[in-house]
Design a protein around this ligand. Structure first.
Ligand code: CA
Length: 90
């Protein structure tokens, strides 16, 4: 059985999420579609079809702006966290 996460670990995860956004946004307020597609391809695997990545991007880009803001990025990280949670349960 795994141990409960400590407050410091949770804060570190939040900091890493913020750092990930800042790096992907390259100092801006949003992540470009090209950069988001690279991130998604890294997470989904290089064999993933472009149209599947486009569908995920369209789902994440909830306001249809063509970029991901921090809130939309959090939806991505939340989805990944849920995926990892399911993997850990198996
Ligand atoms: Ca958007």
């Amino acid at each position: 059985m795994s141990k409960e996460p400590e407050c410091g670990e949770i804060l570190m995860a939040a900091l890493l999420i913020n750092k990930g956004f800042c790096m992907a946004a390259k100092g801006g307020d949003t992540i470009s579609k090209n950069e988001a597609v690279k991130l998604l391809r890294d997470q989904m695997g290089p064999e993933t079809k472009k149209e599947d990545i486009e569908k995920v991007f369209a789902t994440l880009d909830s306001d249809g702006s063509g970029t991901l803001d921090f809130q939309e990025f959090l939806a991505l990280t939340g989805s990944l966290a849920m995926m990892f949670n399911q993997m850990m349960k198996q």
